[in-house]
Write a protein that binds this ligand. Sequence first.
Ligand code: ATP
Ligand code: MG
Length: 180
Amino acid sequence: MYLKSIEVNGFKSFAHKMIFKFEHGITGIVGPNGSGKSNVADAVRWVLGEQRAKQLRGSKMEDVIFAGTELRKPMGSAYVAITLDNSDHNLPIQFEEVTVARRVYRSGESEYLINGSACRRKDIVELFFDTGIGKEGYSIIGQGQIEQILSGKPEDRRELFDEAAGIVKYKKNKLETQRS
Ligand code: ATP
Ligand code: MG
């Protein structure tokens, strides 16, 4: 499984529709300060279901919508879609290619989609359990996060190991069974 592309439209500094395509190997994103490099990582966190504005370096969720510049009007909605190659079926879904998308309007109305079909946030979160890719996964390591991992509480560090060991979904199922 690998990330093939990220599409952003109206998300943070990306006023235009823009598609980042990733080939095999390593891709670096370079650019001057404030040009939007970190916004690309924020887009991935957001589409995976991040709900905490602070984690996305904003103060409220609406801050993810392009706010306008001197030359461009603000946008009414933000959209992000990531496409993953799933030919190894690491994601528990029958498709060879999976596109996960999220859109939010200024009214606060929002939607999630898996391969074009509307779904719940929960469906996206569960799709990525144990893959290391979820918003709490270790595939996105933000600035300062290494230190947080090293100096964090043992319980929090344990979550990272659970994810790597692939036992998050079993733990979750156990919890749900115990509750019912
Ligand atoms: P650095 O090298 O300093 O880390 P960077 O390339 O990572 O910079 P980002 O933090 O990704 O830059 O981008 C910050 C830019 O995004 C700022 O110019 C900010 O104005 C812009 N930005 C953030 N949110 C919005 C928004 N909702 N609408 C328009 N622009 C936004
Ligand atoms: Mg940055």
